[in-house]
Design a protein around this ligand. Structure first.
Ligand code: PPE
Length: 324
């Protein structure tokens, strides 16, 4: 899918037309990948458009910026308002949300400290990330020949654009060889994650996902699935996973803001389980979509309404605020 090329983008405090949201070619970020970003989604709920775990995403953005010593001048609350303003300006009921904090036009050289920290927020309507049928039928993936970065190289707790140099290699390799996505191993050879998704494995009714030490992004969807799975009574384990455990799993699935809950039907052409969306994956998909679509009561205050005064209370994320 191509970008829509219409609509409004928020840049450093102003709403500007899509085509005017430009930066200089000498900007530090273009040369050295000096930016951190987020991907969140707004869903069309019975109480109007609502962003799913927006504060958790923004908190991760601020943490990513902190790790890279590029703190943005505006507060999280100001950026949250800016996200809601941008969605309203575009009139979307459901959309993808991409806040970015980046080093702009300043001084030449690797040293980022002479380039200003700037921010932008883009929103667009984005359909099914891994294909229109992926959520029902599942996707075919391979184990990537590219490893995730070692813990003392690029910090994976930061959602830095630079990490996506690795993601691009994993993704291109998979696509060129006829797979939808790649699963990367960490530098020790254990399962890490997809180019843009975390991963879950089901075996004998137990849910497994690689721990943060396996060079994974601490995904908001991963956290939501761990929570929903516990609610449903599934035992959950954050555990180091050997590659071959993928092949003998009963079920496997990707989770992420863009990918939502996408079953994996084969790995390296080995069929996983029945080769379709398994019962545990299905149940978690249902719980997830009922939560994000506002069908189930929002017990954890995961939804931030875009128009809070139109019929629903302002449900900003109190739980997220305490877990900072
Ligand atoms: N791992 C990686 C490497 C990753 O990029 C994502 C999100 C996740 C895990 C899941 O995190 P979360 O969205 O918080 O549950 N990838 C985003 C970017 C995709 C893109 O192509 O751009 C996303 O899903 O929005």
């Amino acid at each position: 899918m191509a970008f829509p090329e219409t609509g409004t983008i928020w840049m450093n405090g102003s709403l500007v037309a899509w085509k005017d949201a430009t930066i200089h070619i000498a900007s530090h970020v273009i040369h050295y990948g000096s930016s951190v970003f987020e991907g969140a989604r707004c869903y069309d709920t019975p109480n109007g458009p609502a962003c799913f775990r927006l504060d958790a995403h923004l908190r991760r953005l601020y943490n990513s910026a902190k790790i890279y010593r590029m703190e943005y001048q505006a507060s999280l609350e100001e950026l949250r308002d800016a996200v809601l303003d941008t969605i309203r300006a575009n009139g979307f009921r459901a959309c993808y949300i991409r806040p970015l904090v980046y080093r702009g036009y300043g001084a030449p050289g690797v040293n980022p400290l002479g380039s200003p920290v700037e921010a932008a927020i883009l929103v667009w309507e984005w359909g099914k990330y891994l294909g229109p049928e992926a959520l029902e039928k599942g996707v075919d993936v391979r184990v990537s020949s590219w490893r995730r970065s070692a813990p003392d190289t690029f910090p994976t707790l930061a959602k830095s654009s630079a990490n996506y140099a690795s993601g691009q290699l994993i993704k291109m390799e998979a696509l060129i060889e006829g797979y939808t996505e790649g699963i990367a191993l960490d530098t020790f050879g254990y399962v890490s994650e997809g180019s843009g998704e975390n991963l879950f494995l089901v075996r004998d009714g137990v849910l497994y996902t690689p721990p943060l030490q396996s060079s994974v992004l601490p995904g908001i969807t991963r956290d939501s699935i761990l929570t929903l799975a516990r609610d449903l009574g599934y035992p959950v384990r954050e555990e180091v996973i050997p590659r071959e455990a993928l092949y003998i799993a009963d079920e496997l699935f990707f989770v992420g803001t863009a990918a939502e809950i996408t079953p994996i039907r084969s790995v390296d052409r080995i069929v996983i389980g029945e080769g379709r969306c398994g019962p545990v994956t299905k149940r978690l998909q249902q719980a997830f979509f009922d939560t994000i679509n506002g069908v189930l009561p929002d017990r954890r205050h995961w939804l931030t309404y875009v128009y809070p005064d139109r019929g629903s209370a302002d449900k900003t994320t109190q739980e997220d605020a305490v877990t900072r």
